[in-house]
Design a protein around this ligand. Structure first.
Ligand code: SF4
Length: 294
C-alpha cells in the first residue's frame, strides 16, 4: 500500500470538485441559458453563472465562497482499511483548506470558534459501503449552507397541503418545498427526495440522490414519472434562476424511496444549488487513479 497516493489523489478530487463543475451540470446550465429569453433577468443570471464557472476553472479557484459540507461516499473492497482511508481524506481536506480550495468553513457549534483545518467531529462527513470489486470508489459532494437551509421534511398526511399518504401527496410536498425555497438556495437547483425512511435516514437518502447524473432516470417507472412531472410543474412556477423569474427553476429532480413504519410517512427534501459540486474517482488497490467519474 502506498499511503501517499491516497492522500494526493483525494486532494486532487477535492480540488476538482471545488473548482470545476461536472459536465452534466454545466451542460444542463448551458441548455437552460439557451432556453431563457434573451434580455430577460433569467438569461442574464445564467450568463453570470456561466462566467463564474469558466472563471473558477481558468483561475483554479473555488466556484463559490461557501465550499460547503464535504460529504464523501466511499465504496471499498471487503476487508479494506477504512480507518486509513478516513485518515488520508482528513489530511487531504486540511491541505486543501490551507491551499485555499476550501474555505475555513467549520464552526464549533458550542463556542462559535472557527476550526481552521475543517477537521472536526463529523467534518468531513464519511459514508462507507463494502462491495465485491477490488477498486475504491470515492465520490465527493460539496453542499453549500444556503441550499442546505432550504431542505425540508414533511410528515404525511399534511392537511395544509391537502397531501395524503401517496405519491400525489409526495408531489404536493416537493412543489411546496420549491415554492418556499424561492429567493433562497441559489436556483436553478436540483432536488434530492426520499419517500419514507425515518427522519435521519430520509434526509441521508435524499442527499444520496445527488450522486446520480442529471440525465439519470429512476429505474422504477412510477418514480421516474413522478420525477418528470415534478420537474415540469416546478418550471411553471416562474421562480427562475436566482429567484428572478424564468423557465428554469430546477435542473433536475431525483427521487428515492426507503421502507417506513406504519405510523410514519416522511418526505425528505434536500436542495442543491446551481453550484452542484459533485465529482468522483476510482482508485486502484494502491491508491492510483484508474479513472475519473462524471
Ligand atoms: S447556495 Fe450554493 S451557490 Fe449559493 S452561496 Fe451557497 S454554495 Fe454558493
Amino acid at each position: 500500500m502506498r499511503p501517499k497516493h491516497w492522500e494526493k489523489n483525494i486532494f486532487e478530487l477535492i480540488r476538482r470538485t471545488s473548482t470545476d463543475l461536472p459536465n452534466d451540470v454545466e451542460s444542463y446550465l448551458k441548455r437552460a441559458y439557451n432556453r431563457e429569453q434573451k434580455g430577460s433577468r433569467a438569461h442574464w443570471s445564467l450568463s453570470v453563472i456561466m462566467e463564474n464557472i469558466a472563471s473558477a476553472r481558468e483561475n483554479d479557484l473555488p466556484l463559490c465562497q461557501d465550499t460547503g459540507t464535504l460529504i464523501f461516499y466511499f465504496k471499498v473492497p471487503v476487508g479494506f482499511d477504512t480507518n486509513m482511508l478516513a485518515a488520508k481524506a482528513r489530511v487531504a481536506v486540511a491541505k486543501a483548506t490551507r491551499k485555499g480550495y476550501l474555505r475555513q468553513n467549520t464552526i464549533d457549534s458550542v463556542t462559535g470558534a472557527s476550526i481552521e483545518t475543517n477537521i472536526a467531529h463529523s467534518a468531513p462527513v464519511f459514508h462507507f459501503e463494502q462491495g465485491a470489486r477490488k477498486t475504491v470508489e470515492v465520490i465527493l459532494v460539496m453542499k453549500g449552507g444556503g441550499c442546505e437551509n432550504v431542505g425540508v421534511q414533511y410528515s404525511l398526511p399534511d392537511t395544509d397541503l391537502d397531501a395524503g399518504r401517496d405519491l400525489d401527496g409526495v408531489r404536493k410536498c416537493v412543489l411546496d418545498a420549491v415554492w418556499r425555497a424561492q429567493g433562497y438556495g441559489c436556483a436553478p437547483g436540483v432536488l434530492g427526495v426520499c419517500i419514507g425512511g425515518d427522519r435521519a435516514t430520509g434526509y441521508a437518502h435524499s442527499k444520496e440522490q445527488f450522486q446520480r447524473k442529471l440525465s439519470d432516470k429512476s429505474p422504477v417507472k412510477v418514480i421516474a414519472r413522478l420525477e418528470n412531472r415534478i420537474l415540469k410543474e416546478a418550471q411553471q412556477l416562474d421562480i427562475g434562476p436566482m429567484g428572478m423569474g424564468g423557465k428554469t427553476t430546477l435542473l433536475g429532480v431525483k427521487v428515492g424511496a426507503l421502507s417506513r413504519l406504519p405510523a410514519s410517512f416522511f418526505v425528505s427534501i434536500s436542495y442543491m444549488c446551481w453550484a452542484f459540486r459533485r465529482r468522483g474517482v476510482l482508485l486502484g488497490p494502491e491508491g492510483g487513479i484508474k479513472r475519473w467519474l462524471y
